[in-house]
Design a protein around this ligand. Structure first.
Ligand code: ADP
Ligand code: MG
Length: 343
């Protein structure tokens, strides 16, 4: 029998990375969520070769103090929760303290940060099997940059699953799209292979929000979108519903956010499908961008490391809220108001 031994830190983190770091898009998700949690107003994303060669996310958020830097790359280290009670009502996108440690274990990661406007900050990376942190002075405005190069260079099994540069970039862009939808007050830029593809200004007015929506979901969606904003049972459901005339052949324009988190959930999908059932042809899919804001104490986000899934404490209530809200909104719009559009 082999003896039992604790795994080296890098290996343990690589195993954890298997769950969260599937492809460049998953890295971008974690890095942008961290920037949003840090209160960033501007987020710049630079990608080379679909993210397979390198990707960098820079924000103007709170930054990380010098003493905390080594911990930022350590597993199970987070500034976002401290007690088990905090887990009952998570207010941030992150809380597991795993993402950076995982990403750093399967790439060459450098984090540079500053907490003030001196122009000076610190850079940290990890070395060796125990992933010891190496901290050095560096120039950086207030905020944080994380650069990730050569993703999966040391995990060939995962690297083999990477698709073409174009496919990886498509996944990555979809992640930026979701996060830009849910944080309209933040400006975003996206650069791929030195070409600036997106430059989104902060959207504070209704008109600016529609411009962002148009950039992300297309002008046809905006033309066929019905705004919705309802409150019931202490929850708020708001966003835009695609009119039945703007149905799609595929379920490719469906965004549902629960407390700022894009989720895929059976209860939600069922409620939406039911609400549209009477107004859509069989086999057609609705388009929507919806935000549900509910008491964080009534939803468990600690279901899966990627946090794409949630569990509602009151499933029935949530289902009814969505179904009734959408049903009422759809009843308000007469389907023969507009000619059929969409694909
Ligand atoms: P989590 O987000 O679950 O806490 P991460 O591994 O993603 O775990 O990040 C670890 C910690 O590093 C965070 O709790 C936060 O304190 C800090 N951090 C990471 N990215 C940023 C950022 N962009 N700005 C400020 N702090 C950050
Ligand atoms: Mg995080």
């Amino acid at each position: 029998m082999a003896r039992i031994a604790l795994l080296e830190a890098r290996l343990a983190n690589q195993i954890a990375a298997g769950e969260v770091v599937e492809r460049p898009a998953s890295v971008i998700k974690e890095l942008i969520e961290n920037a949003l949690d840090a209160g960033a107003r501007a987020i710049d994303v630079h990608v080379e070769q679909g993210g397979l060669a390198s990707l960098r996310v820079r924000d103007d958020g709170d930054g990380i103090a010098q003493d905390d830097l080594p911990l930022a790359l350590a597993r199970h280290a987070t500034s976002k929760i401290h007690h088990v009670d905090d887990l009952e009502a998570v207010a941030t996108l992150g809380f597991r303290g795993e993402a950076l440690a995982s990403i750093a274990s399967v790439s060459r990661l450098t984090l540079t940060s500053s907490t003030d406007s001196s122009g000076l900050g610190w850079a940290v990376r990890t070395e060796g099997r125990e992933m010891s942190a190496v901290v050095q002075p560096a120039r950086h405005p207030r905020g944080t940059s994380v650069e990730v190069r050569d993703l999966f260079f040391n995990t060939p099994a995962r690297r083999k699953f990477m698709r073409t540069e174009a496919t990886e970039f498509r996944h990555l862009e979809e992640v930026v799209r979701r996060l830009a939808l849910v944080s309209p007050q933040v400006s975003f830029s996206l650069t791929h292979n030195a070409r600036v593809l997106w430059q989104l200004k902060p959207a504070t007015t209704e008109a600016e929000m529609l411009r962002r929506l148009s950039h992300i979901c297309g002008p046809q969606f905006v033309a066929a979108a019905h705004p919705l904003d309802q409150e019931a049972a202490g929850a708020r459901l708001h966003g835009w519903l695609g009119l039945p005339t703007f149905s799609r052949a595929q379920a490719d324009l469906q965004y549902f956010f629960v407390n700022g988190r894009m989720v895929r959930d059976k209860v939600v999908s069922h409620a939406v499908r039911q609400a549209y059932a009477d107004v859509l042809y069989h086999g057609r899919h609705p388009a929507f961008v919806l935000f549900l804001d509910i008491d964080p104490g009534t939803v468990d986000v600690n279901v899966h490391p990627t946090k794409h899934e949630v569990r509602f404490r009151e499933q029935r209530l949530v289902h009814d809220l969505i179904y009734r809200g959408l049903h009422r909104a759809l009843a308000e719009v007469r389907p023969d108001d507009a000619p059929p559009t969409g694909s």
